[in-house]
Ligand binder design. Structure first.
Ligand code: FAD
Length: 471
């Protein structure tokens, strides 16, 4: 259902063209529900500007008409950050028409892209110019670079390249007062006061609308080894990570932990995928990249894995022998979220801990959760190399999955308390959105919340931008 005065729609149409102000329910519906299907909102309209100047004009109209703005990129976010609330007062500002690669500077190794460019297209544009853009997520075909920046997305190469925050040099942002801040600097060194761009990274559309970014590019890896190792327990995973880091240094790009249950759910929905080392409780998916030759890298990786097997750190290892085999191993990891969604709702956690604390956390949380919810199933996977786990609780077999979701708050507190006790975070890479707002209040120190509110007040004093999200 779409609400809002005709006057507002006329003014928005004048700003972006009538064809880019969507109000028909069949047109707007896809923008009003989040990827996981947990949040459903309403909106005055979905507005699709085609340039930063048009975004600025939309912001000015909304400011004058006191209409909240919910920015949206690919709508793949996990915390309902891009979904408006149910009042129907907001405008959804879709950035997907800002889809140009503005340029690549090969000597500076940077790419300048608009916010609505899908991540996969940024990767492709970089590759076409002989470079590597390392941000990599299972949603990369749909998510946009503006959404990646606004959630400070992590993904599978953080171990080597850092989060999105580490990959950005400059931003263009439309501020809540309608001004455009041109911070599109392509500098690796710039200490001229506060690093303003970083305020907008991870702000989930609450401080400004990102319209373009300058991103760092890297040399293309010339050799790549992908392997799936079977391990006995999380201690083994941490030991394997230590061994690989020691043996391969920063050529270790990704280290993903996958539990047997997570793997079996994925293979249930994707039976064509391989099962190269069956029958073990835990797995680590490993990627190693190098700018040297393939043969040399293969030999070194094989040597390190041989040591891991000999010392019983790994039980078995399958090393991909072709690009297709490597892709199939990655598909085992990347299809877990989507397979889980097909299984039914889960109580999900996106947590991070010091890597060293993970085995103890897993022991303590399994004990606490099986006491609280007998028979419930833990579906665990994630970026262990970064200390980040996707730690999900599924209903006991035979129990109604939807009804089991009523336990979410209790389960969240059990998991998040154990995370907090060990110095961890309740949101490693997905953000806060509307899903974790109450949890944020529970775990952030009052002084930190005060600082966040002060920044929000300074940049968006009337609360125009994505109200009800994060804070
Ligand atoms: C299968 C799957 C796998 C995933 N894997 C990962 C993963 O490994 N790591 C990870 O970090 N995330 C992952 N995600 C989550 C998601 O893809 C990321 O959060 C992604 O960065 C969101 O981008 P988006 O364009 O879809 O943003 P949206 O969902 O549209 O928006 C996300 C937030 O950013 C704000 N926003 C969007 N664009 C702008 C803009 N231009 N200016 C200001 N604010 C804006 C929105 O208001 C919202 O708060 C995964 C999601 C799926 C579905």
């Amino acid at each position: 259902m779409v609400h809002g005065g005709a006057n507002v729609r006329t003014r928005l149409s004048a700003a972006v063209g009538a064809a880019n102000v969507l109000t028909e329910p069949s047109d707007v519906d896809p923008f009003l529900t989040d990827w996981r299907g947990r949040f459903h909102g309403r909106a005055v309209a979905v507005v699709r500007p085609g340039s930063a100047a048009e975004v600025a004009e939309v912001v000015r109209v909304c400011r004058e008409e006191q209409i909240p703005i919910v920015a949206q990129g690919g709508n793949t976010g996990m915390c309902g950050g891009a979904t408006p609330d149910e009042t129907g007062h907001a405008v959804v500002l879709s950035l997907t028409r800002l889809n140009r690669v503005r340029g690549i500077d090969t000597d500076n190794a940077t790419i300048t892209v608009e916010a609505g460019v899908p991540l996969a297209q940024v990767q492709q544009a970089a590759a076409d110019a002989g470079f590597h853009f390392p941000l990599s997520l299972a949603s990369e075909g749909s998510c946009t670079i503006g959404g990646n920046l606004s959630t400070n997305a992590g993904g599978t190469a953080v171990l080597r390249f850092g989060n999105t925050r580490e990959l950005v040099l400059g931003l263009e942002v439309v501020l809540a007062d309608g001004r455009i801040w041109n911070g599109l600097r392509a500098l690796r060194k710039d200490n001229t006061g506060y690093d303003l761009k970083q305020l907008f990274v991870g702000a989930e559309g609450t401080l400004g609308i990102i319209t373009a970014a300058v991103l760092k590019l890297f040399p293309k890896p010339l050799a790549r080894v992908t392997a799936l190792a079977a391990i006995a327990d999380p201690e083994g995973a941490v030991a394997l990570l230590r061994l690989l880091k020691r043996g391969l240094s920063d050529r270790l790009v990704g280290f993903e932990l996958i539990s047997a249950l997570a793997l079996s759910i994925c293979r249930k929905h994707h039976p064509d995928l391989p099962d190269p080392v069956p029958g073990h409780p835990w797995y680590a998916l490993v990627q190693v990249d190098d700018s040297g030759t393939s043969t040399a890298l293969n030999e070194q990786v094989e040597e390190v894995f041989a040591e891991a097997v000999e010392s019983s750190i790994a039980r078995d290892v399958a090393i991909a022998q072709s690009h297709e085999q490597a892709q199939a191993l990655w598909a085992l990891r990347e299809n877990i979220s989507e397979s889980q969604r097909r299984e039914g709702p889960n109580i999900k956690h996106d947590i991070s801990l010091p890597v060293s604390a993970i085995p103890d956390f897993l022991r303590a949380s399994e004990q606490a959760l099986s006491a609280a919810f007998p028979g419930a199933q833990l579906v665990i996977f994630g970026h262990l190399g970064d200390g980040n786990l996707h730690y999900n609780l599924a209903a006991p077999p035979g129990e109604d999955a939807q009804r089991f979701m009523d336990n979410a708050t209790r389960a969240n507190h059990i998991v998040h308390d154990l995370v907090a006790e060990r110095g961890g975070s309740i949101s490693a890479e997905h953000g806060i959105g509307q899903l974790k707002r109450e949890e944020l209040k529970r775990y952030k120190a009052p002084v930190e919340l005060d600082l966040m509110r002060a920044i929000k007040q300074a940049l968006d004093p009337t609360g125009l931008l994505n109200p009800g999200k994060v804070l």
